[in-house]
Design a protein around this ligand. Structure first.
Ligand code: APR
Length: 255
């Protein structure tokens, strides 16, 4: 089952050299990774992510927060990139593709995309909560399935402070380097794809808005309307996997 693509959306992609892609949790939904606002299932069902992904939760119960993120890293580790991730990697055969993702998973990289900025950090970049040194300890490896509700976070080998998840929590600033590379990706965009995001979290959601304000074509792929549908040149009611692979087929670039 393909997706109906407007001719001028395909034409905008064909003419483009630089394609900037803004992705959210819906990008990974077809890989079996729950979107952020889906109800979590199983062990963590009764926990609201918005309550755990906060500096306050970390301060009051680091063992719970560390276990939750290790569980999420394990889920991602067991998942695989979907056709949408692979379509974006295939697109690099004919275009410069710059991805700015709100996702903390590594599925874009595992699909083969070579330029990915993680605006909200990554499940696979734990760092010391005090000296910010990246942590590479075996106890942060996602191979170990975490089924306990609490796991004491490892201690930083340099300063012995607790190691924290490498993700951005509500109320925290975005990583400077990711923000700068994402902002320049939008500056150089000939076309912007917005895939699988509700578009309600700023400052990230402001990036496609600014591109649209400069007259850059914005093509959204989402089964539902989102807060960014209003600024999209085309909003295609299709999932990431179906919509992006249909676009690649239309461009004749898919492998
Ligand atoms: N393909 C494309 N889009 C999908 C799919 C799919 N298969 N399934 C769901 N969606 C869409 C939903 O319609 C929704 O618009 O993905 C979007 C998911 O929205 P959210 O769960 O709000 O995720 P996201 O937009 O990434 O949230 C942004 O908010 O909670 C913070 O830091 C967190 O990075 C996250 C940010």
């Amino acid at each position: 089952m393909g997706a109906e693509l407007p001719d001028d959306a395909v034409e905008a992609m064909r003419r483009a050299e630089v394609v900037t892609v803004f992705t959210g949790a819906g990008m990974s939904a077809e890989s079996g990774v729950a979107t952020f606002r889906d109800v979590e299932t199983g062990l963590w069902q009764r926990f609201d992510p918005a309550q755990i992904a906060t500096p306050e939760a970390w301060a009051s119960d680091p063992g719970l927060v560390w276990a939750w993120y290790q569980w999420r890293a394990h889920i991602v580790h067991e998942a695989a990139p979907n056709r949408g991730h692979r379509a974006l990697a295939d697109l690099e055969r004919t275009h410069t593709v710059l991805i700015a993702t709100q996702n903390v998973d590594d599925l874009h990289e595992r699909a083969g995309s070579s330029s990915v900025s993680h605006l909200h950090g990554s499940l696979f970049a734990p760092r010391c909560s005090n000296c910010a040194r990246p942590y590479q300890g075996i106890d942060a490896e996602p191979e170990q399935a975490v089924h306990e509700l609490r796991v004491e976070p490892p201690a930083c080998p340099a300063c012995l402070s607790p190691v924290r998840p490498g993700v951005v929590w509500f109320g925290e600033g975005l990583p400077d380097d990711a923000w700068r590379s994402a902002a320049s990706a939008f500056t150089f965009a000939d076309v912007v794809l917005v895939v699988g995001t509700s578009g309600v979290v700023y400052p990230a959601a402001g990036l496609p808005e600014r591109a649209a304000a400069r007259g850059i074509p914005v093509i959204e792929f989402n089964p539902e309307p989102s807060a960014l549908t209003g600024i999209a040149t085309h909003s295609i009611r299709a999932s990431a996997a179906v919509g992006l692979s249909a676009m690649l087929d239309a461009l004749g670039a898919s492998g």
